[in-house]
Design a protein around this ligand. Structure first.
Ligand SMILES: [Zn+2]
Length: 342
């Protein structure tokens, strides 16, 4: 009986192979695998071993899992694009991100590129991923303030703009004129009152504050970014290396708070360089200690680069409103961490 069954099986496969050219390629391996299991089963049955089912099940499992592994990997992505499984799967995930990176770099040259295309492709994003997952634990006690109750993500003052959150396409605001070292420039008109109040308060403390650069439109941001890439490439770097370094020094186009007029680069007449040493000037010290009272926060603090993905900028202040600024200052957190709580 068994021999007949085997014979029939073999005949059927051969027939299928003859009928269809494509099938022919598959017939031999299928037949080999089929024969293997058939003979294994026959051998075990002949030896009367009841436990034979166990190794057979194991064999089947090993056979199937070797094929199902790639499916498992592609199905395991979280919504945020981060892999949630093994190291091996994560390596595959990272390779995918690198490819996206290349495509987006080409978009840079086109003025009307889709800003949302920049999501999730950034150089130090992977470094950020680990601490971010523990962000909730990192945030200190809020001193009785329930951030999610008091504040809302819909508040224009709390608009989060970074490499992961590009400017909403329908975002609108009105520019208001401010005096800067380069003459009259513009920022969101709603922040001017608090800026002037801060400037006046500093003056009363003997500190002169002056805006270096407020609002930048997308084109200007792009020029700055491309200049940086050119400069790095001039030092012998590849385009990819230059792109990644520029992303840490100048904000990637489409991801800058300067484009929504909510950020001010503030200096003082005696020291107008946008360098780390600014923190030691009277203005740098005064701003770090007092800006929150007027609704401004030091947006890219030292030691929080793994969260902001931007190097320390003691001159870059972001308007978030007085209430939020006080909370952020007191807790010593970044806008990203604050926003997570909303
Ligand atoms: Zn800035």
């Amino acid at each position: 009986m068994k021999a007949t069954l085997e014979e029939r099986f073999r005949k059927k496969l051969l027939k299928a192979g003859k009928k269809n050219r494509v099938c022919r390629m598959a017939v031999l391996p299928v037949m080999a695998v089929g024969m293997f299991f058939f003979h294994a089963a026959k051998y075990m049955a002949a030896n009367g071993k009841r436990l034979a089912i166990l190794p057979m099940t194991l064999l089947l499992f090993v056979f199937y899992s070797s094929f199902s592994f790639p499916l498992f990997v592609s199905g395991a992505r979280g919504d945020n694009g981060l892999s949630v499984i093994s190291d091996e799967a994560q390596a595959i995930e990272l390779a995918t991100e690198a490819q996206i990176n290349l495509e987006d770099m080409e978009l840079l040259d086109e003025p009307g590129y889709d800003e949302s295309g920049y999501e999730g492709e950034f150089p130090i994003e992977t470094a950020e991923a680990a601490p971010d997952s523990e962000a909730e634990d990192d945030i200190p006690e809020t001193g009785g303030i329930d951030i999610s109750q008091e504040f809302s993500r819909d508040d224009w003052r709390l608009l989060l703009v970074n490499k992961q959150h590009s400017i909403p396409e329908d975002y609108e605001f009105t520019l208001g004129a401010v005096n800067t070292v380069k003459g009259t420039m513009y920022c969101d008109e709603r922040i001017i009152e608090d800026w002037l109040a801060m400037k006046q308060a500093a003056k009363e403390d003997g500190v002169t504050l002056v805006i270096c650069s407020p609002y930048r439109d997308t084109d200007r941001q792009e020029v700055l970014f491309n200049n940086k890439i050119t400069a790095y490439m001039g030092r012998g770097m590849s385009y990819i290396e230059a792109f990644q370094l520029s992303g840490q020094a100048v904000t990637v186009p489409g991801a800058s708070e300067h484009q929504v007029g909510l950020a001010l680069d503030i200096v003082t007449p005696s020291f107008q360089n946008l360098v780390e040493e600014f923190e030691e000037t009277d203005a740098g010290v005064w701003l770090a200690e007092n800006s929150y009272q007027y609704g401004f926060i030091l947006r890219y603090p030292k030691g929080k680069e793994y969260i902001t993905c931007i190097q320390y900028e003691p001159w870059h202040f972001r308007y978030v409103g007085r209430e939020a600024a006080a909370v952020i200052w007191e807790l010593g957190i970044t806008l990203e961490e604050f926003w997570e709580e909303l």
